[in-house]
Design a protein around this ligand. Structure first.
Ligand SMILES: CC(C)(COP(=O)(O)OP(=O)(O)OC[C@H]1O[C@@H](n2cnc3c(N)ncnc32)[C@H](O)[C@@H]1OP(=O)(O)O)[C@@H](O)C(=O)NCCC(=O)NCCS
Length: 178
């Protein structure tokens, strides 16, 4: 299954995306703010991909493999909406991870807006959440530009400052910051 935005193709991942997933998820630069750090073994990427495919199987949506319309064969990142545990609560979460070459072109914001539209219009969910480390200013900016509101904190990294929790609701999506 595939959908498009102005510049991006968002499609269901397949087992053939393992190499792209490992390349992007094993890069220290794309994990600078990830407390777990980069993946180091291909088996870890296999496990991540297996989880994504299971989520797609059980819900019909999940993390997309992302390419540009110009280069549909080249995966530049992964992102979308799926279930994530926030402490004891399971929430619908917006997440994304792009390869370094794709940064700084507004792609994460374009993906995030498309993902929120998908969640509210097609899934008709009441709210979507995102969690971000407090020093990750680029990602915070992406969430703000996507119209998400900072509502809470989450102590999800032992011994470190809490992460910031953002939320979006359908009636707030029109308030995107440009
Ligand atoms: C964070 C990430 C998703 C941003 O993707 P991107 O496509 O470059 O984001 P966009 O271009 O849509 O927007 C980035 C915004 O942050 C701003 N920004 C970038 N670096 C910044 C910094 N160090 N401090 C403040 N703002 C910054 C940009 O200027 C831009 O805002 P603007 O449009 O107002 O100028 C990308 O760097 C990435 O995939 N990183 C690795 C994975 C990751 O950290 N995922 C998020 C986990 S919460």
């Amino acid at each position: 299954m595939q959908r498009t935005t102005e510049r991006l193709i968002l499609r269901t991942p397949t087992v053939d995306d393992l190499g792209s997933l490992f390349a992007i998820y094993s890069d220290p630069a794309t994990n600078q703010f990830n407390p777990s750090g980069p993946l180091t073994r291909i088996e870890q990427a296999q496990s991540v991909l297996k989880g994504w495919l299971a989520h797609w199987q059980s819900t019909g949506y999940g993390q997309w493999a992302i390419a540009t319309r110009e280069r549909p064969d080249q995966v530049i990142g992964f992102g979308g909406i799926d279930a994530r545990r926030y402490g004891d609560v399971l929430r619908l979460n917006l997440g994304y991870r792009f390869g370094v070459q794709a940064w700084g072109q507004g792609y994460a914001t374009e993906l995030s807006r498309a993902a929120l539209d998908f969640a509210f219009v097609e899934l008709q969910v009441a709210e979507v959440f995102a969690v971000v480390r407090p020093q990750h200013h680029a990602s915070i900016r992406v969430l703000e530009k996507s119209g998400m509101q900072r509502i809470d904190t989450l102590s999800d990294v032992p011994g470190q400052a809490p992460s910031l929790v953002f939320r979006s609701r359908p009636d707030e999506v029109t308030q995107k910051v440009t």
